[in-house]
Design a protein around this ligand. Sequence first.
Ligand SMILES: NC(=O)C1=CN([C@@H]2O[C@H](COP(=O)(O)OP(=O)(O)OC[C@H]3O[C@@H](n4cnc5c(N)ncnc54)[C@H](O)[C@@H]3O)[C@@H](O)[C@H]2O)C=CC1
Ligand SMILES: O=C(O)C1=N[C@H](C(=O)O)C[C@H](O)C1
Length: 233
Amino acid sequence: MKIALFGYGKMGKMIEDIAVERGHEIVARVDQAGLSIDYSNMDVAIDFSMPDAAFDNITGCFRNGVPVISGTTGWLQRYEEAVRICRETRSGFIYASNFSLGVNIFFELNKYLAGMMSQLEEYKVEMEEIHHTQKLDAPSGTAITLAEGIIEQGNYKEWKLDEEGKAIVPIYSKREGTVPGTHTVTYKSSVDSLEIKHTAHNREGFALGAVVAAEWIVGKTGVYSMKDVLNLK
Ligand SMILES: NC(=O)C1=CN([C@@H]2O[C@H](COP(=O)(O)OP(=O)(O)OC[C@H]3O[C@@H](n4cnc5c(N)ncnc54)[C@H](O)[C@@H]3O)[C@@H](O)[C@H]2O)C=CC1
Ligand SMILES: O=C(O)C1=N[C@H](C(=O)O)C[C@H](O)C1
């Protein structure tokens, strides 16, 4: 498979290593805006760039017939617009706030737990995410997906950074050293606490998930999720 990398930082480089190990070829490395890009030789593009760059990278690919896997976080105010352009151009698209297998299982576990906890008024939820100090966005995309999974169950209306309230899922973001990504969802009552936690030990799980998603999307049109790729029930 001929893969174009949009974003050639920490994730782009790790994706390259894993893609090459799996027998793929990297045909483009786009690491800044305004470059002239030859889309003719790409089977699929993988975008791990920056919040301000993702939308143009993604939709540029759609308009040139190239399906896209995007893991860039912090640009989702334009997600629906990107989806519309994907459908208009009959392209293929997967966005995931987190491509690791472990986190995608954690997303499902989180929704299941939130469903049970929605019966129990004595528990109040909160979330903590810890990442490296170079991260540009807060809260993390993963924390937002987790919060949306909790809100879906009906007891909470919105998430907020560093703010508590009856109908609010508070998210506390910490930036420490080189931490790849740790997410904890905690339910507290006056008598106990219950928590679920995912800890990434490195970035390999994110990169492998993105390459597996790229292998999966080639030849398909439409908008999918990692749940489809991983066939999670
Ligand atoms: N969904 C997931 O599983 C994961 C998502 N991420 C997200 O991926 C993104 C990238 O993360 P890192 O590689 O750690 O960041 P990074 O800062 O190491 O790399 C980003 C790269 O994008 C480049 N860039 C800037 N403007 C660009 C443009 N217009 N087009 C293409 N590239 C451009 C920068 O030069 C830089 O090399 C972040 O939004 C991060 O939150 C990171 C890890 C996992
Ligand atoms: O920026 C990162 O590093 C990560 N970003 C994603 C996020 O915002 O959730 C995924 C992972 O946690 C690492």
